[in-house]
Design a protein. Sequence first.
Length: 260
Amino acid sequence: MPKREEAKPAKKEGSVDTLPQESESQVVPADGSSSSKKTTRRRFIKAILTVAALATLGGYALSRYISTRGAGPSLARQLVMVDDSSPYGTAAGRKVNVSDLTTFPPNSHWVITYPSSGDSKVDAQAVDTFRKFELIRLPVELGGDKPAASSFVAFSKLCVHLECSPNYNPTQNVNPTENGYESGPGYTTHQNFECPCHGTTYRIPDGLAVDGPASRQPPPTNAVPMLTLSADDQGYLRVEPPIWDVNHNGKLGYGRYVSA
């Protein structure tokens, strides 16, 4: 006799075999078709992955941009304002006009922030040295009495040796042992931009290191980066959008090419 097939026990409600399986059909598109359900789910997952990838790449690209450009993205011609700090007297917090030789006399210096927040008090409190520049009105013998942007230079406050902060010294005594620095005829003093940490001295007005450890570094690591300045129709000093590479404004903390 043929064997009788044993009846299989009925599956209980809630057992593993009867639990709903996760499937693409759980995403229900408007037309309800199986093909559309799968397509919708794939598009949804693809969109999520794309957003995540763009966010990751975007952050990487931004960090690379900032690290290679220096102080950050180039801005439109920014108005120059002196940081609102008490040592700067009447110049503190002021816009710089090239014709104002009273507030901004030759052979004087101030600190400016670039890019600026637009508030000179906030800028004065900023501690990011990558955004700090020494604005110098040149001495008379270098044309600092002219009502023009060429009367000013703005050097990065980051020494290209070990990133200390150099300062302008308007009455530095002549040092006959300096490498390549010659004072003008008849002058007993000359001006320089000097780092207090290890003695690197930068030449005015081009920023080439002429003494100290940075002067012994190979180009382009032997010159301090600087901003390009211009004056608007009203005579106010402005910063031209910088190009942060060694052939133009330089790389902050690294250097730029300068003709010796």
